[in-house]
Design a protein around this ligand. Structure first.
Ligand SMILES: Cc1cc2nc3c(=O)[nH]c(=O)nc-3n(C[C@H](O)[C@H](O)[C@H](O)COP(=O)(O)OP(=O)(O)OC[C@H]3O[C@@H](n4cnc5c(N)ncnc54)[C@H](O)[C@@H]3O)c2cc1C
Length: 466
């Protein structure tokens, strides 16, 4: 109706006046019929979901509490804050998370578009200037005519159509309300953020620039260790003082394990994990025994985070252990690593493959709270939830993404995992259905990508995302 009205008005008045009239009519309609979608949480999932709804002409009331009360991982008032790494991980099509980004680009994801616009060099990964990234997204969302931002904590589940995207640190009253509604016990694990240091406190006479196997730009800094340096450092690390987790905080998620915890599993464990030296030979051609990698954290290159060094060491111990690393003797830490509880629902019991509650179809749960793991995965779930909310509001059938796509494979996992063993999951090729026919191992990943891209193209041509 609004499209027809728009083209009619356009004959007589300039485009921007047509736009203002149509927005006012939609708003007036909303007031009359009180029709809007409540989105709770302006994180990665909530921002994407709000934008996709608004883009399709639906009004959104977006609740975000951080201006009034920040959780321990948050530092700014901006939306879609990247609380730990500034990397949205691989951008290569052969990588499952790279494919997920490609799908999101095909669906006009706002978050990935702004990430692309704020990209900083980091080899083949999509790494962003986190301040500019969040600032731009905040600006777009706060000024969108169909999105009303309410800076407040939502402590109950409101009536009407709702997308809950309150993330891994969902505030307690809301989580209690979700628990009451679902009848489920709280699920949680522990997540951790790596320290960030000032670039000009790094000793560049010791540290060298190189990406592993020289893939992409040489945008990592590497702190090389000899065997003696490593052994000495290791002994100090495993005896360093940690913040003592509470009983309920003892579950550790393997994908985001503190590095000191990893070290305690064996002297060589770090050498096969974040301190792996292969492909990181020094300028003289020698391979160090161990390497600590630093990844650029902002466009200007003034900040670096220590790759894989999520930690729950006490702050003084972080100082001591980091300063023992060659090249970091004078390191100035601008943000210490921290650990936090991470909450999520038992997805296979509670939601379907559209991120919609089975028992309460008016409610969708997106983002990390739904059981996806990772920044890009959270964006993806926000996208799928919003597109399905649109279908619901238009009385159209659900939009189930085929499992051949990364969006569909992940949603299928959540809806169909074994509830008693359920754990959050990053997107990975293990979630995709096998390819038909025999293929050489080296070709398989790109064939997964081609199959998915073809599927999304067909869905677009069938106007399923309109
Ligand atoms: C310490 C830590 C480190 C992490 N590191 C990484 C990493 O390096 N890489 C990675 O891929 N993933 C990481 N994660 C996971 C990361 O949080 C998610 O991948 C992603 O941020 C989740 O997006 P989201 O939209 O679900 O939630 P968030 O981005 O957390 O957004 C949720 C928003 O909801 C708001 N909110 C909460 N409760 C309420 C309420 N009751 N009312 C109103 N607003 C509310 C919050 O203030 C927040 O802004 C980390 C998580 C934590 C906690």
């Amino acid at each position: 109706m609004f499209i027809i009205l728009g083209s009619f008005l356009n004959r007589f008045v300039p485009l921007y006046i047509t736009y203002v009239i149509i927005i006012s009519l939609i708003r007036a309609g909303d007031i009359l019929f009180d029709s809007y979608v409540t989105v709770i949480g302006a994180g990665l999932a909530g921002v994407e979901a709000s934008y996709q709804l608004a883009k399709r002409g639906f009004s959104v009331k977006l609740y975000e509490m951080k201006k009034l009360h920040k959780n321990p991982a948050q530092q700014s008032d901006a939306f879609a804050e990247l609380v730990c790494s500034n990397s949205l991980r691989s951008d290569a099509l052969e990588n499952a998370v790279g494919l997920l980004k490609t799908e999101l680009r095909m669906l006009d994801s706002l978050v990935i578009r702004i990430a692309d616009a704020n990209r900083i060099p980091a080899g083949t990964s999509l790494t962003v200037d986190r301040i500019c990234f969040s600032a731009q997204l905040t600006d777009i969302i706060r000024h969108h005519p169909l999105i009303e931002v309410i800076d407040a904590e939502m402590d109950t589940i409101p009536d009407g159509e709702v997308i809950i995207a309150t993330g891994p640190l969902t505030s307690e009253p809301l989580f209690a309300a979700i628990k009451k509604l679902t009848g489920e016990d709280t699920l949680y694990f522990f997540d951790a953020a790596a320290p960030i240091i000032l670039a000009d406190s790094i000793d560049m006479t010791i540290v060298y620039q190189k990406s592993r196997y020289d893939k992409g730009e040489a945008s990592y800094l590497n702190c090389p260790m000899t065997i003696d340096e490593y052994n000495n450092w290791y002994d100090e690390l495993i005896n360093a003082q940690c913040v003592i987790p509470k009983d309920y905080e003892l579950k550790v998620f393997e994908g985001c394990m503190p590095f000191e915890e990893m070290a305690k599993r064996g002297k060589e464990t770090l050498l096969y994990g974040p301190m792996k030296p292969v492909g990181l030979e020094m300028p003289n051609g020698n391979r160090p025994y161990a390497v600590v990698q630093l990844r650029r954290d902002d466009i200007s290159g003034s900040l670096y985070n220590i790759v894989g060094f999520q930690t729950h060491l006490t702050f003084p111990e972080q100082q001591r252990i980091i300063k023992m690393i060659p090249g970091l003797a004078n390191a100035k830490i601008v943000r210490y690593g921290v650990m936090h509880k991470n909450t999520f629902i038992n997805a296979p019991k509670i939601i379907n493959a559209c991120y919609q509650m089975k028992a309460e179809p008016r409610i969708f749960i997106a983002g990390q709270l739904s059981g996806v793991e990772g920044y890009v995965e959270s964006v993806g779930s926000g996208m799928v939830a919003a597109l399905n909310m649109v279908k619901r509001l238009q009385n159209e059938p659900k939009l189930i993404f085929p499992r051949e796509t990364a969006l569909g494979a992940h949603a299928y996992y959540l809806a169909n995992a074994v509830p008693s063993f359920f754990q959050p999951m990053n997107i990975n090729h293990g979630l995709f259905p096998e390819l038909i026919g025999k293929h050489h191992k080296r070709d398989r990943k790109i064939l997964y990508a081609k199959r998915s891209i073809e599927t999304i193209k067909n869905m677009t041509e069938a106007h399923l995302f309109d």
